[in-house]
Design a protein around this ligand. Structure first.
Ligand SMILES: C[S@@+](CC[C@H](N)C(=O)[O-])C[C@H]1O[C@@H](n2cnc3c(N)ncnc32)[C@H](O)[C@@H]1O
Length: 298
């Protein structure tokens, strides 16, 4: 039994937007523990098909177990969703009725020290969602010049003290004192001071490095750009983001698109009950859009 405890956010709201139906074909671009996927397959009923993507093999293993009873209704794809179009084409699928992306990392990814995402527990400076390939956070820090690292921390962490933090991280690296998440946190704290408020001052820099290691904004852009081609006429895309750097591109892409129409002007947020039960849902914003019929779209 895989131990993958992740509570899906905005589950009813996702299903109300997607309206899965029997015979429909859907993509869960971020299957994680499979909670939303299970909802889609259950609400859609027999004959619903789902392509379940995740770049993390351990998430896919958990989803495989959870969704086993749906048999060959589900196809699991170990891939980043930036390649969703090519991966679907390779499986003979040109268009789908709905796409869901629940962005960011899952609770188990954050909780497992060895993944190196969190400073809550000490682990290697890794942060790759797909540990089978690509550069780790430590390798990224080693490769970037101080100015480049400062830009990453400023842009992806919205951190004002980015230059000083970048310098401190490089100093730790040069002194062979940077190999774990605790080392990184200590290097940041040397500039910011330790945790005083609710939020640790290292949070922004950790977010920035994680987003850079996984090219999260590049992935999001590739997915958004593929949506008009991927969706059938009337098909729906649902994106859930957890901070403004992710929400902004979604909002503007939907607003400017001549092929997708947002289902609501404002993002959908979690109910008070959900926010109380699942603190992670407090920062979630759901935006959904429908593909216009090709004959009407500009
Ligand atoms: C918030 S969790 C999804 C939780 C899931 N909706 C559920 O109900 O359990 C996000 C998942 O997306 C995956 N992920 C993030 N970015 C990805 C990308 N670019 N391509 C594929 N998977 C990605 C992560 O590995 C993680 O498992």
């Amino acid at each position: 039994m895989t131990d993958f405890a992740h509570r899906s956010v905005l589950l009813d709201e996702v299903l109300d937007a997607l309206e899965p139906r029997s015979g429909g074909v859907y993509v869960d671009a971020t299957v994680g523990g499979g909670g939303h996927a299970e909802g889609i397959l259950t609400r859609g009923g027999e004959g619903t098909r789902l392509f379940a993507f995740d770049r993390d093999e351990s998430a896919l293993a958990a989803a495989r177990e959870r969704l086993a009873s749906f048999g060959d209704q589900v196809t699991f794809v170990h891939s980043a969703f930036g390649d969703v179009e090519a991966e679907l084409r390779a499986r003979g699928v040109d268009a789908v009725d709905g796409v869901l992306a629940d962005l960011g990392v899952s609770s188990p990814q954050l909780d497992r020290a060895e993944r190196g995402f969190s400073f809550g527990q000490d682990g290697p400076l890794d942060m790759r969602m797909d540990p089978s390939k690509g550069e780790t956070a430590l390798e990224l820090v080693a490769r970037l010049e101080v100015d480049e690292l400062a830009n990453v921390i400023f842009e992806l962490g919205e951190e004002r003290r980015s230059r000083r933090i970048a310098r401190s991280i490089h100093e730790a690296y040069d002194a062979d004192e940077l190999s774990t998440t605790s080392d990184l946190r200590a290097a940041i704290h040397r500039v910011t001071g330790g945790k005083r408020a609710k939020r640790d001052p290292a949070t922004r820099t950790f977010q920035a490095l994680r987003m850079a290691v996984n090219d999260e904004l590049g992935q999001l852009e590739a997915l958004l750009e593929a949506l008009p081609r991927l969706l059938v006429d009337g098909g729906v895309a649902v994106l859930i983001s957890f901070h403004s750097l992710e929400d902004r591109p979604v909002k503007w892409y939907f607003r400017r698109s001549t092929q997708l129409v947002p289902l609501s002007k404002r993002p959908v947020i979690a109910s008070d009950d959900e926010q109380r039960e699942n603190p992670r849902s407090r920062s979630a914003k759901l935006r959904a859009a429908r593909r216009l019929p090709r004959s009407e779209a500009a």
